[in-house]
Design a protein around this ligand. Structure first.
Ligand SMILES: NC(=O)c1ccc[n+]([C@@H]2O[C@H](COP(=O)([O-])OP(=O)(O)OC[C@H]3O[C@@H](n4cnc5c(N)ncnc54)[C@H](O)[C@@H]3O)[C@@H](O)[C@H]2O)c1
Length: 322
């Protein structure tokens, strides 16, 4: 049995990844270490709670003692999702982002360095570290230019990981992915918020003109990419994961309204986000050619299934827009 520590496994993407690991690898045990902040949701893990290959431990990665205790038992690989993840919250106050994303990653890297026997750490990062890309697609290795406190804290943690590889040969690999969507995303994020507001006939807030572009990828395609990197990614390298099909925020809002049979007049333009990045777009050739990965779910299909998932839960009274 290999033992994989997943940090942030009670969050949106981490919980999908925990499921992916358990269902795709019968020789893997998973330890899920998560602080259970407001964005965690243990309901998403209820179906595997009793799986003998799964264990949950509540850990704040910024707490040195708690992180050291995690490594008291041998761990083969770490997949590090845990982070504060919402840009708007980082604009209201960045301290929690610096604490969890930078200090938390530092504590993890130190614990790994002292444990000395880890085979690989996958650090999960974001296209946002490059800032706004007005045209074309960013390649791995291009300069970072984060435009908000969230992406700056992620860029800081990325650079720490690469510095630990350079200085101590800590076996770190980075992934940077575009915007994710799918079941179990927190309702504060754009797609679930738009679906739930539409279901409740409430205005759908859209920043500025709504022409900003994002490259949406289904969360299970992201998780499969992360797993390819865990299996075959080269340490010290960065890998981009994305669908390479950016669409405007307005396109997403209108698609959701159309699916739910609601009028476009529900869209309500709001004052633009401070420092709003206009466009993100990654080139993902390295993942496709070196690791043989490609996304399998089209945006149209994935969005349709995601709208249906939130709608079913909402109809059962299990999710709302607040
Ligand atoms: N959501 C996206 O579109 C997207 C895209 C690219 C990369 N990412 C990255 O993927 C990762 C996961 O994102 P998500 O959308 O699932 O976020 P999320 O907010 O849904 O989940 C984050 C999880 O991390 C946990 N956490 C936060 N601080 C912690 C701490 N100090 N110690 C332990 N656990 C802590 C939370 O409790 C939560 O369960 C993040 O690193 C994010 O930067 C997200």
């Amino acid at each position: 049995m290999r033992r994989v520590l997943v940090t942030g496994g009670a969050g949106f993407i981490g919980s999908h990844y925990v499921h992916h690991l358990l269902s795709s690898h019968s020789d893997i045990e998973v330890i899920n270490a998560d602080a259970l902040t407001y964005s965690a949701n243990l309901q998403s893990l209820a179906d595997i709670e009793l799986d003998p290959r799964y264990r949950f431990i509540q850990v704040d990665l910024a707490n040195q003692q708690e992180v050291e205790e995690l490594f008291a038992n041998p761990i083969d690989e770490v997949v590090h999702f845990a982070a504060e993840s919402h840009v708007d919250r980082s604009i209201q106050g960045a301290e929690a982002f610096i604490r969890s994303n930078i200090l938390g990653t530092y504590r993890l890297l130190e614990a790994i360095r002292h444990a000395g026997n880890l085979q690989k750490m996958i650090h999960i990062s974001t296209d946002e570290v490059y800032g706004s890309i007005m045209q074309g697609r960013t390649k791995e290795g291009e300069a970072l230019a984060p435009g908000n406190p969230y992406s700056a804290s992620k860029a800081g943690s990325d650079l720490l990981c690469l510095a630990y590889f350079n200085t101590y040969q800590t076996p770190v690999v980075l992934t940077r992915c575009t915007n994710n969507y799918g079941p179990w995303q927190h309702p504060e994020k754009f797609i679930p918020k738009s679906i739930l507001h539409a279901l409740e006939n409430q205005p759908l807030p859209l920043y500025g003109t709504g022409t900003q572009e994002r490259d949406w990828i289904h969360v299970t395609d992201h998780c499969m990419g992360v797993d390819r990197v865990r299996e075959a990614g080269r340490v010290g390298e960065v890998y981009h994961i994305g669908a390479e099909q950016p669409v405007s925020n307005r396109w997403i809002a209108e698609n959701i309204l159309d699916q739910l049979g609601k009028p476009h007049s529900l869209i309500q333009h709001t004052k633009d986000r401070l420092g709003h990045d206009y466009r993100y777009s990654l080139q993902t050739t390295k993942m496709r050619e070196e690791l043989g990965w490609e996304p399998l779910i089209s945006l149209e299909q994935g969005l349709k299934e995601t709208v249906a998932w939130y709608r079913q839960r909402w109809e059962r009274g299990e999710g709302n827009a607040s």
